[in-house]
Design a binder for this molecule. Structure first.
Ligand SMILES: Nc1ncnc2c1ncn2[C@@H]1O[C@H](COP(=O)(O)OP(=O)(O)O)[C@@H](O)[C@H]1O
Ligand SMILES: [Mg+2]
Length: 245
C-alpha cells in the first residue's frame, strides 16, 4: 500500500481538494483506495458521505476522532485489507504529536501552496521549521503543488527559486477553476465520469500523478510568463507555460 499525506499548516490551500480528487483518480483506475481525514472540520469525510453510489468506491477513515475505550488508535487508522492507496487529508496547523503520527503512516508528502505572499511565507516557515528535517530523517519524498494559479499574481519565479534552493520539488501547477467547488458539492471529483471531458483541467494533474507513480520527478518551470499572467485572459494560461521536462 502506498500512503500519501496531503499536508500544509496553512488552511485553505487545497489539501482537501487535492486529497479528494487524487483519491477519486486512483479509485477510477480500479485501485482500492482509502481516504483518511485528520481534520476535525471533516470536509473529506463529508465529501465521501455524499459521494454517489455509482462512482468509484473510496473507503473512509476518520482519524480526527479520538479512539474510544474499546478501540486502539492503530485499529481506528487501519485501511481495509487489500488497499492499494491511502490518501491522508491533514488539518491546518497540526500539533507536534499529530504531525508525528501522520508522518509515521506516510510514504510521500504533497504540500499544496497558493502563490500569494502570505501563503508562501507561512508555507516556507512550515517547511523550514517543522517539515523538511523530519522528512529528511525519515527519507520521505516531498513535492509541492502550486494551486489556484490565476487568482494570485505573486512572482512564481521567486517562489520556485526559493523552493529549489531548499531542494523542494514542484510536481504540478493547478489553475483556479470553479469546477473544484462544483465537483466537491456533488461528492465527485474532476476524474469522475461526468467530468472526464474536462481535459484541460485534468492535464494539469498528470505530472503530480506521474510523481506519485514514480515515473516523473521533475517539472520544468522555466517558462515564467505567468508572473504577469492575466486572470481574465484565459488564452494566456498555462498549457503553454508549463512544460514537462
Ligand atoms: N484549484 C482551485 N480552483 C478553485 N478553487 C479551489 C482550488 N483549490 C481549492 N479551491 C477552493 O479553495 C477552498 C479551500 O480549499 P480546500 O481544499 O478546502 O483547502 P484546505 O483543505 O487546505 O483547507 C475551497 O473552497 C476549494 O473549493
Ligand atoms: Mg481541508
Amino acid at each position: 500500500m502506498q500512503r500519501i499525506l496531503v499536508l500544509n499548516s496553512k488552511g485553505g490551500c487545497g489539501k482537501t481538494t487535492l486529497a479528494t480528487n487524487l483519491a477519486s483518480h486512483f479509485a477510477n483506475q480500479g485501485k482500492r483506495v482509502s481516504l483518511t481525514d485528520y481534520d476535525p472540520q471533516a470536509c473529506s469525510q463529508y465529501w465521501l458521505s455524499i459521494r454517489p453510489e455509482d462512482e468509484a468506491e473510496i473507503q473512509s477513515i476518520s482519524a480526527y476522532k479520538q479512539s474510544g475505550m474499546l478501540t486502539t488508535r492503530t485499529f481506528m487508522l487501519r485501511a481495509a485489507p487489500g488497499t492499494d492507496i491511502n490518501i491522508i487529508d491533514a488539518p491546518a496547523a497540526p500539533d507536534g504529536m499529530q504531525l508525528e503520527e501522520m508522518l509515521r503512516h506516510t510514504d510521500r508528502v504533497i504540500v499544496p501552496l497558493i502563490s500569494s505572499p502570505i501563503d508562501f511565507q507561512a508555507t516556507l516557515r512550515f517547511l523550514k521549521t517543522q517539515l523538511l528535517s523530519k522528512l529528511k530523517a525519515k527519507r520521505i519524498p516531498l513535492s509541492v503543488v502550486i494551486n489556484r494559479v490565476g487568482v494570485h499574481r505573486t512572482s512564481l519565479e521567486q517562489l520556485t527559486s526559493q523552493l529549489t534552493e531548499l531542494g523542494v520539488n514542484i510536481s504540478a501547477v493547478i489553475p483556479e477553476s470553479y469546477l473544484y467547488s462544483e465537483v466537491y458539492s456533488q461528492g465527485r471529483s474532476v476524474f469522475d465520469n461526468k467530468f472526464s471531458k474536462e481535459t484541460d483541467l485534468l492535464h494539469h494533474w498528470q505530472p503530480l500523478i506521474r510523481w506519485i507513480d514514480n515515473t516523473e520527478t521533475k517539472l520544468n518551470l522555466s517558462h515564467t510568463d505567468w508572473v504577469t499572467w492575466d486572470a481574465n485572459n484565459s488564452d494566456a494560461l498555462p498549457e503553454a507555460q508549463v512544460n514537462y521536462a
